[in-house]
Design a binder for this molecule. Structure first.
Ligand code: BES
Ligand code: MN
Ligand code: ZN
Length: 467
């Protein structure tokens, strides 16, 4: 799909002209006003559409009236959702050229328009032997070309992340993630194999991966520029498959666990495009990639692991593996001397229970960082919701035989995981984003289809660009 910025979309030869209608108002299109609104009483409620043919009397073959709802309730998030709706409709109709003539929107819609169009155009059909080619090829709109370009790149990073997280675990292995990272141009990338991780003392990360036939890989990508204003490390949970390990998951819970590397997919998505933005910040992308599998070599409940910072962890449950891999990744990141560390992880079912698939949970040791991320998320079309990080949640992680256990009480599980991670954070501003609920949808939600969502990509990129 290509977005073409034009002066007057209504004069473009197209399969469909999309015009907007606020509830109770007219559109800029006479045909729509006469037939949809006056004759058929189309109201323009949010998300509703009305299609009418033009019978050769206009450069476009059809007009799609797009309801935007009440004008006073309209916002850029609704715009993105509505644009996605129109694009999906166009795809159903196998339209190739779609023009959008928007009027009366009192904010710059260029970015969210572009995001909506590209997010809607996404599908994961690489393994279908018969592919439907119903992609919209050209979109015409009057918009700010620079903002369209910016959003195109962010959307491409999102698509990259969605493809990776949708990829079956048989292909998206730790080695594959490492190869992808290594191939990014313009970044300094170092891949540590198992022996090198052993030398660094990453006993928690390596324990999780030891039951698998797949080799673990610790990935460190670095983007630099002259005189960076800030140094940020982003860490993504990279469990390429989470069977639960010896504390094996029931079949229904295991079904979607190829998505347990969605944090890593987000980090790779961000790093895939960062050179093209050339931001004035140094960004480190870090992934401790492995599989959590049961075997004769697996780590076991009761094992005591030593993380990179020397702290010892009693394994209470092998299915609480993400925090073990993140523990060593956090230690590594803190040693880089960065200003901020942000981790993203499909970490707890508890976060999903609390917030569902609409919002990610966020916790951190620095109020400003957490609030800035929440705010950036809001403007980027994502929802982050703060969960507490009180020390009380550590009570159930106390161990008789080690410095801590990797799991404890069931209640408050998202915060307990956060407090666990905090034990591996030293002298740095840190935020933890639990994307267990938002990374992978079992059914379509707003502009997103079922499957991987690219959670975190939009927010992280905007956060980096706004420094
Ligand atoms: N990857 C899961 C969390 C998850 C659950 C992500 C559902 C996406 C959807 C994580 O490794 C896990 O298994 N967490 C356990 C922790 C428990 C054993 C303390 C959980 O949430 O049940
Ligand atoms: Mn698990
Ligand atoms: Zn997991």
């Amino acid at each position: 799909m290509e977005i073409k910025v034009v002066e007057n979309a209504a004069s473009v030869e197209a399969d469909i002209l999309v015009v907007n209608q606020f509830e109770g108002e007219k559109t800029t299109n006479d045909l729509a006003n006469k037939y949809a609104i006056e004759e058929d009483n189309f109201k323009g409620k949010f998300g509703e559409t009305y299609l009418l043919p033009t019978y050769g009397n206009a450069p476009y073959r059809k007009v799609l009236v797009l309801g935007l709802g009440k004008k006073e309730e309209f916002c850029s998030n609704k715009l993105r959702e509505a644009v996605a709706k129109a694009i999906k409709k166009a795809m159903q109709m196998e339209a190739k050229k779609v023009a959008f003539s928007f009027e009366g929107i009192n904010f710059d819609y260029s970015e969210q328009f572009t995001m909506g169009a590209f997010i809607a155009d996404y599908k994961f059909d690489k393994y279908k032997s018969e592919k439907k080619n119903n992609h919209v090829e050209e979109v015409y709109v009057q918009a700010n070309p620079d903002l369209v370009k910016k959003a195109e790149k962010i959307a491409a990073a999102m698509t990259f992340a969605r493809n990776l997280a949708n990829e079956p675990a048989q292909f998206a292995t730790p080695t594959e993630l490492a190869n992808i990272a290594q191939d990014f141009a313009g970044l300094e990338t170092k891949i540590y194999d198992k022996e090198e991780c052993e030398k660094m003392g990453m006993g928690a990360f390596l324990a999780v991966g030891q039951g698998s036939e797949q080799e673990p890989k610790f990935i460190h990508m670095k983007y630099t520029c002259d005189n960076p204003k800030k140094r940020i490390a982003i860490i993504g949970k990279g469990i390429c498959f989470d069977s639960g390990g010896l504390d094996i998951k029931p079949a229904s819970s295991m079904l979607t666990m190829k998505d347990d590397m969605s944090g890593a997919a987000c980090v790779l998505g961000v790093m895939s495009i960062i050179r093209e933005f050339n931001p004035q910040v140094e960004v480190h992308g870090i992934i401790a990639a492995c599989e959590n599998m049961p075997s004769g070599k697996s780590y076991k409940p009761g094992d005591i692991l030593t993380a990179k910072n020397g702290k010892t962890i009693e394994v209470d449950n092998t299915d609480a593996e993400g925090r073990l891999t993140l523990a060593d990744a956090l230690c590594y990141a803190c040693e880089l001397g960065v200003d901020e560390v942000i981790d993203l992880a499909t970490l707890t079912g508890a976060c999903m229970v609390a917030l569902g698939s609409h919002a990610a949970g966020i916790m951190g040791n620095d109020e400003t960082l957490v609030h800035n991320l929440i705010d950036t998320a809001k403007r980027s079309g994502e929802k982050f919701w703060e969960l507490p990080l009180w020390e009380e949640y550590f009570d159930s992680l106390k161990s008789e035989v080690a410095d801590m256990k990797n799991s404890g009480a069931r209640w408050g599980g998202a915060s307990a995981a956060g407090v666990f991670l905090q034990k591996f954070v030293k002298d740095v501003k840190w935020a933890h984003i639990d994307i267990a609920g938002t990374a992978f949808l079992d059914k379509a939600q707003k502009e997103l289809i079922a499957g991987a969502t690219g959670a975190g990509v939009r927010t992280l990129l905007n956060y980096i660009l706004e420094q």
